[in-house]
Design a protein around this ligand. Structure first.
Ligand code: SF4
Length: 207
């Protein structure tokens, strides 16, 4: 894959955009797992190709499958609102994608073989965007990278190194926050705002 051979200087925002488009075009034709049969659209990404932070969710839901854009349903709108409240611009500070690009039926968790089949697209996205920080959004995405035995409440907010020493952290998935309305101290929403504020500080420190 040619886009894996760029050195750091060659990877301008324009080159990243074009390289991601190339991968997306391949992905749109993908029939590598059974999810290809039931999808309406592949859900490749949203946000900025040269963003400092990559946010990775688990899999597209119904709204995402219909639109082809990640995190646009009720949960996505809550995420966008919380990002804005913490000063993070979804369009310029983040590159957003999922571990797999097609919606699993009935919103079930992706199967291990589906994640394996789809991993080459995510790896290409990470290699092209080269984020300074990866944010794993929700338990399923986090377990894909950090291990199946972990509980989200234990790993949320911690720092990890994944993908050849890229710093990573874990936040609650916004669909979980939709079911937990409290904003009291130490509630999931309160903790998520704390995490997003720390991510905003990380972004600001890069400037
Ligand atoms: S989920 Fe990934 S591997 Fe499976 S068909 Fe969609 S793009 Fe291809």
């Amino acid at each position: 894959m040619e886009y894996l051979n760029f050195n750091e200087e060659e990877l301008t925002a324009d080159v990243k955009e074009m390289s991601l488009l190339e991968v997306r075009n391949v992905c749109m034709q993908c029939q590598n797992c059974s999810l290809a049969k039931s999808r309406t659209n592949i859900v490749f990404s949203d946000g900025y190709a040269n963003a400092p932070v990559m946010l990775i969710g688990e899999a597209p839901g119904a709204d995402e499958d219909a639109s082809g854009v990640p995190f646009v349903g009720r949960a996505g709108k809550l995420l966008t609102q919380m990002l804005e409240e913490c000063g993070i611009n979804r369009e310029t500070d983040l590159y957003i994608c999922n571990t797999i690009k097609c919606r699993p039926p009935e919103n079930r968790d992706p199967k291990p073989e589906e994640k394996v089949s789809c991993s080459k697209y995510l790896e290409a996205q990470i290699n092209i965007v080269r984020p300074k920080l990866i944010v794993l959004c929700g338990a399923t995405a986090a377990k894909s990278f950090l291990g199946d035995d972990l509980k989200i409440s234990q790993i949320r907010g911690n720092k990890y190194m994944i993908f050849d020493k890229i710093p990573a952290t874990v936040i609650f998935h916004p669909s979980y926050l939709l079911r937990n309305h409290s904003e009291e101290p130490n509630s999931p929403r309160w903790l998520t705002k704390k995490d997003l504020t720390a991510i905003k500080k990380f972004i600001d420190n890069l400037k």
